[in-house]
Design a protein around this ligand. Sequence first.
Ligand SMILES: [Zn+2]
Length: 292
Amino acid sequence: MDTLVRAIADNAQIRAFAAVTTQITETARKAHDTSPVVTAALGRLMSGAVMMGSMLGEEDELLTLKIDGDGPVGGLVVTADGRGRVKGYAINPQAMCPPSPVGKLDVGRIVGKGYLTVIKDMGLEEPYNSRTELVSGEIGEDLAQYFVSSEQIPSGVGLGVLMNRDNTVRCAGGFIIQLMPFASEECISGLENALSKITSVTSLLDQGLSPEEMLKSILSYTDVEITDHRDIAFRCNCSRNRVERVLLSMGKDQLEELISEGKDTELNCQFCNAHYVFSPQEIRELLMSVGH
Ligand SMILES: [Zn+2]
């Protein structure tokens, strides 16, 4: 099971989040048959989202991260809730691009230039909505920029996905470390120094560190208190019942046309790629169930 921890550090002047999302990322890769570089992009975005989901006040609130870029992937959409459930997809899951000059999966290039939109649905009439320009398309930096410019919270964000030779996910995860408004100059420079020493998140993950160990390693110069520990998973809330409602929203005329064609109708969930198949007879029964 993947896990997430929350912590406070340096006399509560810092709050920190870390997650291991290896299984979440592998589940998404299998569901969407993503190319390695898209797996990395989607895994990073889901890692960020699941940690940001844990920042929501209520468990049934929803957080959506949407990336619209001009790179080959065409965009990514990820949704997380306050219970550690996350799901996501890429517009072009099989998109590919050459590796970066140092031979790494080039997430910045597959994403391209564009925008990050953060939507928080807190059950109010109007969801909170914020759009920031992408810094590099590498996702960690883009989320850090969002925190600074939209929430005025200086943040260090590290996200990483490492693949096996057979293109399955070897490890995935990351951290978000934030300065509280009352952080002292000493605390700020201590954190900056610690963050500058991290060469790669994937190397921390590849050492097999748990989220707790990851935070304690990054913040080893100060006190760290873990305040929450939870299981997280790739989970979609689609169901045949929901898909039936989508079908019904197409209207009676269009459904009768589907029936007269005499073929099965297949609908796929964008988020988890589950297939829902309806025979003409089943569509007829669905129409009858609502009085047609
Ligand atoms: Zn689904």
